[in-house]
Write a protein that binds this ligand. Structure first.
Ligand SMILES: CCCC(=O)SCCNC(=O)CCNC(=O)[C@H](O)C(C)(C)COP(=O)(O)OP(=O)(O)OC[C@H]1O[C@@H](n2cnc3c(N)ncnc32)[C@H](O)[C@@H]1OP(=O)(O)O
Ligand SMILES: Nc1ncnc2c1ncn2[C@@H]1O[C@H](COP(=O)(O)OP(=O)(O)OP(=O)(O)O)[C@@H](O)[C@H]1O
Ligand SMILES: O=C(O)CCC(=O)C(=O)O
Ligand SMILES: [Fe+2]
Ligand SMILES: [Mg+2]
Length: 334
């Protein structure tokens, strides 16, 4: 079997078999071109992904690309993060989160007190991550050429304080997003250092992106749960899962319905990753009233009301439209 189109057809046939399992994603660069077979729903025609990579995403809902972001860029993001933690710069709109285990203790301007930065779209150095051409060329394969950076995070998972609060419950990111269509949204998540089971790598349920959006709520964890860390309500801990062990610069792209979380950090180091959720410029906002997303809408509106002293005039949709930034192509309906 030599021609990519032919290999693609064989793999598609394989997809129809109930026993189709998880295979390692090949990473060798290869240029292919072929039509648009019906069963390819989660990826678009492109010249970048090999047929195997494309089918891997279709089947599993994620694709891991090794060594995608340079060490130099990651070192720069790390230095910027440290400057923010030392309060040397103030970034408009930035949310600095502390782990719930230390949320009520005195704040020290040090990275040991920061578990996550959220919404760094106004920090030019960190936001560079969202515009990196090596990231965008993959993003385009999933959502097309019009690309909005909707949600940005730098996660600094702290050594667990003994209460397992460093875990992130299993969830689907779509729970947080009042925009659609679901298949034109993708997350890029880049390891800023070695990430493994010891320090709490991502854990994914392969293929779960083919399901629907589940009900989410705070898990009943004895030691407490971080603000807004909702989990899939009836999560079955026996469901087969895959631990994504990654090295500095490795990047995983995943679908917003993929069920994922991350384990406890059992080391003394702060496990770092940087991520961005992208949506197509021609996605549209939806009203989540009467859906499972009503609970997160309520929480977001409460936090915004408290932080900015506003009322109901700021909608869930507004909170996203304000944060979204165009990084490629056209902003059409977002
Ligand atoms: C794909 C998307 C996936 C996700 O987005 S998952 C995570 C989503 N997270 C978010 O959107 C960020 C949520 N966090 C925030 O907005 C802020 O960190 C938060 C919780 C409002 C705190 O903001 P601060 O500026 O620190 O305000 P503050 O010090 O006055 O605290 C206000 C009250 O919140 C509490 N708090 C702070 N960090 C917490 C935490 N990690 N978990 C639980 N509670 C926490 C804090 O103790 C305080 O409570 P109280 O009012 O004194 O009773
Ligand atoms: N009851 C639960 N509800 C929701 N999510 C859970 C629950 N228990 C564990 N998880 C999640 O499962 C993922 C993995 O958890 P955990 O670190 O405990 O196990 P592990 O990483 O698979 O095992 P190990 O730590 O031995 O490598 C994390 O995302 C964690 O938050
Ligand atoms: O870096 C992690 O632990 C995962 C974070 C995550 O999935 C999220 O914030 O949505
Ligand atoms: Fe997530
Ligand atoms: Mg673990």
């Amino acid at each position: 079997m030599s021609r990519p189109a032919e290999r693609l057809r064989v793999i598609i046939n394989h997809l129809d078999r109930p026993s189709a399992g998880i295979r390692a994603a090949p990473t060798s660069a290869q240029t292919v071109s072929y039509g648009h077979p019906q069963r390819l729903r989660y990826t678009l025609d492109n010249d970048l992904l090999t047929p195997e990579q494309r089918l891997f995403y279709e089947e599993n809902g994620f694709l891991l690309i090794r060594n995608l972001v340079s060490k130099q860029d990651i070192d720069r993001f790390r230095r910027e993060f440290e400057r923010i933690c030392r309060q040397e710069i103030k970034v408009p709109g930035l949310v600095v989160m502390r782990d719930v285990a230390i949320a009520k203790s005195e704040f020290v301007p040090d990275q040991r007190a920061v578990s996550k930065l959220q919404d760094f779209q106004e920090d030019p150095e960190l936001f560079r991550y969202c515009s990196l051409p090596e990231i965008l060329k993959y993003v385009e394969c999933f959502i097309g050429p019009n690309i909005m950076a909707m949600h940005t995070m730098l996660i600094n998972k702290p050594p667990d304080a003994g209460k397992k609060t460093s875990r992130h419950p299993m969830h689907q990111d779509l729970h947080y997003f009042p925009f659609r269509p679901v298949d034109r949204i993708v997350c890029a998540w880049t390891a800023m250092e070695t990430v493994n089971r010891q320090n709490g790598c991502l854990v994914v349920l392969p293929g779960s992106h083919k399901g629907t959006l589940q009900e989410h709520d705070y898990p009943e964890w004895e030691g407490g749960v971080n603000k807004m860390y909702h989990g899939v309500r009836d999560y079955d801990p026996e469901h087969p899962r895959v631990h994504l062990e990654m090295e500095k610069g490795d990047t995983v792209f995943f679908h917003p319905l993929l069920i994922h979380g991350s384990g406890m950090n059992q080391t003394q180091g702060f496990r770092k990753a940087i991520s961005c959720h992208y949506a197509s410029g021609d996605c549209y906002y939806i009203d989540v009233k009467g859906t499972t997303q009503e609970n997160i809408e309520k929480e977001v509106k409460e936090i915004v009301a408290r932080k900015y002293a506003v009322g109901d005039e700021v909608t869930f949709k507004d909170t996203w439209a304000i944060r979204g930034r165009l990084v490629q192509g056209e902003r059409i309906s977002m």
